[in-house]
Design a protein around this ligand. Structure first.
Ligand code: FAD
Ligand code: SF4
Ligand code: SF4
Length: 478
């Protein structure tokens, strides 16, 4: 099929079909269906082929969006795939879970008078089609190099780096403390945003390309960081951020108050067919319970939507700012509301009530005040406005900070920023230790998958440069 471009004046935005809220509450399948080929081509043809494509500027990977949209509109999907894959290691994943409303689509020029091009859905369609047609070829380096590289963390940052380094011919070994690769792609993000076979498909592809995964390997635990460094010519730390922020309120240690990630990991493991005793015992299972989730980011949205799918009696999201100031993607907030989640904005927990087990949350109304030095409005409690919400399960989703890596790795030489993230050179991605690089959330703080991929790719390029320089010094010295 051949479509002319600039069809936005004639054709309305038509995203892929979204399953109805009552249907999707019944399972953990993705909520958007795939485009069919004519649907993708038609929607791609709405692009006006801007001279200065703001979509591309606002994509962290600088994806060449106008070109792959044009090729998709013309039905030249294999070429569209080649261009898309040149800048993005996992386009089908970003197409599913990037907050496009804040990135590419939110900056699409035609949004000035029309609705944006459905960039993410087309991106996903291109690579899913490429997989179906065998266009996603295995990684086959032109030459093998003897040097081996150790990557700690099999999340998107580590995996993107692994792919890029393997393409250069390095012997790439990825270590993770979990029993599956994927990081938050596998155990954090629920299936209704990203179905797990999509991640599994990439595992097979990476392994087929010669990347070696060492799972159940806690670096700093059974295998010391020093020993790991001894094994490899260079090391990349891509361990993410996992220290959950706590709530300092009376009663916060009552049973029935659980960290968001424990809850999401249990649900994802259950979906993957694992035995999950804490799910079976009810500890990390919302079925039949009155659930209160505290927080307003992506993690909180994933928890409320998981709880509703587990057949919770009620699900309330408590957030201290208002809807406009929620850090989570607006699209996800809308999806959550449609699925029956109740939002209590401008409210914060004051205390958790109950004898041994939580029975209620006492909350206080908040109001937005003046902006602080960062430009964000401060929030302050409204005196005498306390109220109570009954709860059998409270999920804390207040965000994550970095763990103490120098301590965990017994490596005081790893320099930190004042936020506790790893300090790296802005261009060379190297930590304070020679030959040790870092990328992803552990450098940036809790962020997005697309930024982790970008950092992983950039760090890989820097590592390659470093190793080549070392090789040429060694050759010169011979
Ligand atoms: P991670 O994905 O965290 O991977 C780090 C890996 O390192 C993990 O597998 C971990 O097991 C491993 N590791 C850590 N320490 C060690 C050790 N000592 N030894 C061995 N292995 C170790 N972003 C989006 O773009 N869209 C979303 O919809 C979205 N939803 C999210 C939902 C949730 C619930 C959460 C928590 C985050 C979400 N994010 C989302 C953010 C996104 O998942 C992260 O920004 C991204 O995964 C960071 O990638 P990373 O590779 O740096 O770290
Ligand atoms: Fe948009 Fe994310 Fe794809 Fe970039 S990677 S084009 S931001 S969906
Ligand atoms: Fe096309 Fe929108 Fe990008 Fe312009 S900003 S090139 S219309 S997708």
């Amino acid at each position: 099929m051949t479509e002319h471009m600039q069809q936005f004046v004639r054709l309305p935005q038509k995203p892929p079909v979204k399953r109805g809220a009552s249907e999707r509450r019944e399972d953990f399948g993705e909520i958007y269906r795939e485009f069919d080929q004519p649907g993708a081509a038609t929607q791609a043809s709405r692009c006006s082929q801007c001279g200065i494509p703001f979509c591309q500027i606002h994509c962290p990977l600088g994806n060449n969006i106008p070109d792959w949209l044009k090729l998709s509109a013309e039905g030249r999907l294999e070429e569209a795939y080649e261009i898309s894959a040149a800048t993005n290691t996992f386009p089908e994943i970003c197409g599913r879970i990037c907050p496009q409303d804040r990135l590419c689509e939110g900056n699409c020029v035609i949004e000035k008078g029309f609705e944006s091009v459905t960039i993410g859905a087309v991106e996903r369609f291109i690579t899913d089609t490429a997989f179906e047609n065998g266009w996603v070829r295995p990684i086959r380096p032109r030459r093998e190099r003897a040097a081996s590289i150790g990557i700690v963390g099999a999340g998107p940052a580590g995996l993107a780096a692994a792919e890029a380094l393997r393409r250069q011919g390095y012997q790439v070994h990825v270590y993770d403390r979990h029993d599956r690769m994927g990081g938050l792609l596998i155990y954090g993000i629920p299936g209704f945003k990203l179905e797990k076979p999509i991640v599994e498909r990439r595992r097979l592809w990476l392994e087929d390309g010669g990347i070696r995964f060492h799972l159940n390997q806690d670096i700093g635990g059974a295998l010391s960081f020093e020993a790991l460094r001894g094994r490899h010519a260079a090391v990349l730390i891509a361990t993410g951020v996992y220290k959950a922020r706590e709530i300092a309120a009376p009663g916060s240690s009552l049973a029935g108050i659980v960290p968001a990630l424990d809850y999401l990991i249990a649900s994802n493991r259950k979906g993957l067919g694992d035995d999950v005793p804490d799910f079976e015992s009810g500890l990390l299972n919302a079925a039949g319970k009155r659930v209160v989730v505290i927080g307003g980011g992506d993690t909180a949205m994933d928890c409320v939507r998981t709880a509703i799918r587990q057949d919770a009696a009620s699900v309330t999201c408590l957030y201290r700012r208002d809807r406009a100031n929620m850090p989570g993607s607006m699209r996800e907030v809308t999806n959550a509301r449609d699925e029956g989640i109740e939002f209590t904005w401008l409210a914060a927990p004051e205390a958790f009530l109950g004898e041994d087990h939580v029975t209620a949350v006492r909350a206080v109304r908040m109001r937005l005040g003046l902006a602080d030095a960062s430009g964000r409005q401060i929030v302050e409690p409204v005196a005498g406005s306390s109220f109570t919400i009954e709860a059998d399960l409270v999920i804390k989703a207040l965000g994550f900070d970095p763990e103490d890596l120098p301590g965990a790795f017994n490596e005081p030489g790893l320099a930190l920023t004042r936020w506790g993230t790893l300090k790296v050179g802005s261009k060379d991605f190297m930590t304070a230790l020679p030959g040790v690089f870092a990328a992803g959330d552990i450098v940036r703080g809790a962020s997005l998958v697309v930024w982790a991929i970008k950092d992983g790719r950039d760090a890989a390029a820097a590592m390659h440069k470093y190793l080549e320089q070392r090789e040429s010094f060694a050759t010169a010295a011979e």
